[in-house]
Each structure stands twice: as C-alpha cells, then as structure tokens.
Unconditional design. Sequence first.
Length: 320
Amino acid sequence: MKGSLGNKEGAEPNASADWLAVAQLLTASQSDISQATEFSQTFEALNFQLGDVLIDVGSDPLALDKTAPSEYIKSDFYIVCSGRVRLVVFDTERQQEVSALVLEAGDTFGADSLFCHHPLPYRAVAATGGSVARIEAGKLQPYLQRLPNLQNHLLSVASKRQYLIFFKTLTDLRRRSSLQLEEMLPDLTQLRIAAGESLSARTPAEKGRFWLVSGEISHQGEDSQPPGPGASWGDRDATPADWVAATDLLLYHLPVQFLKGGSGKFPGHQPPSYQPYHGNGKIDHPVTDTGAPDQQKSAKANHSAPQPPSVAFPKPASRR
C-alpha cells in the first residue's frame, strides 16, 4: 500500500469540487440544494493515488453477537469526487481480501457507525488516482438531523454496503459476485427474534432461507456446534426443532419465491433496514428505510432487471 489519507499532507484544497460533490449528493437524496454552500464548507478535499488506503474500518467480523456498541469502529464520511475507490473485505474462509464494491464519482462510503449497530469491517483502497471530499462523522450528524431525506439516502447506501460485506465474508454465498448478490437485496428482509423463542416456529424451512446476523442460538445436540454469524438454514434444510434463541437474534430472510426463481413476495414484505446507531451524538428521529437499497452505479444499471435466478445452497454440517 502506498499510504493512508489520514491527514492533509499532499492534499490540495478544491472548494469547487467539494461544492459539486455535495450538490450532487443533495440532489440524489432529493434534499434542499440551497444547503450545498454551507454544507460543502465542512468538507475538505483530498487527492489520492493508486493504492492509497483511504480508510480501514477494523472490527472482528465474528463478534457480531456482542451487545456492546461498536463505538470504536468510527470513520469519517467520504464522497468520491473523481477516480475509483474499491471496498475490500477479508474472507475468513479463503483467508484473503476480496472486492465488495467499486465506487465512482458521486458514490459515498464511511461513517457506517452512524447507521449500523454492528458495522462489519472493510478497507477503502484507491483503484485509480482521484480525489474525495471528507467530513468528520460528528460534523455530519447535524446535517442528518436537518435533512431527513439525506439521512434516509445515506442509511440506504450504508445498509446495502453492509449487506454485501456480510454475504461476502460470512456466508455460504461468499463466492458469488457482488452483482449476483445485489439481485437478492430487494427481496431480503430483516427478522428479529426475541430470546426464548423457538426457531422452528419462527423460521420454518418452507418460508425460505435464513441467515444469522447477530445473537446466540442454543441447542441440545452434542454432536454439532451452535450456529454462529453467517450460518444459514431453511428451504431444503429443515430448521432443527431444538434451536432456541439464547439472546435476541437478528436474521436475514430470503423468501422461497426468490429461491425458486419466482417474482412474488410474501404478504407484508418490507425491504430491510438498519436503525441509525447514535453513539454519543443523538439523532433525534430514527429513520426507517422505506425503499429498495440505494441505486449506486453498477454494470447492470443500463439493463432491464433480470428474473431472480434459482439459488443453490451448500448443505450445512449434520446436526442432531
């Protein structure tokens, strides 16, 4: 790596680039464009070269069941002004970094702790030369309070980013491409299960596929390990009758209609969303994502949406 952009050294101020980047962000979020001049003055412009590390958001990806807020996983917020930035994540199975997303001008990253209780780790590495506009997370919060559409927009972007990182690093779908995983996002829902509830009752196999995001599951079988974050069940794999939520659980759910290649959704389907994490600075009105994950640039942007493919899942280890 050529270095980190942790300070201003080597950066050249470019207020016009900051203003343009902020104005584009406000426009994309359908926010008040008249705020652009004031808002842009809180950003600083940074240039980067190929290989520079912009941020390294570190955390233990297997510690998702911890209830303590991940306040130490803080980073600044960035808007890509020019060039490309690659978000890379560490795949624990392959013991190597893999690419999760490639961001271009107008895309954003960082400050995940403002939107997610347990943000998963990633690094932002320059894929070309270019520039970014950076703002401290604490300075961003007042504008989220003032501009609810902006908060909704960034919440959606952060949610999509965290979904992809989760599936890329902890699940049986880690070898699928980011574009394939993105096809699942509009159909994914979050499911919360209270401690003491039976998983066979709340997550019957005929309802689709389930992934454990956080929390602990207890079971009576002695020959199998309790499932950890990233474990999946459902569809062709029956939910073990002895599984009980030892703590409050957070799951992802993909309905059976998607798995079979259909386009229908269960009644009452709602897109997944994170509640903003406040840390020490409070956002007075938590915002729930009410739309499909944000439409960041991708190779499929100019094509009609394909029908969801049939998904084949590997069999889990035998359980008793």
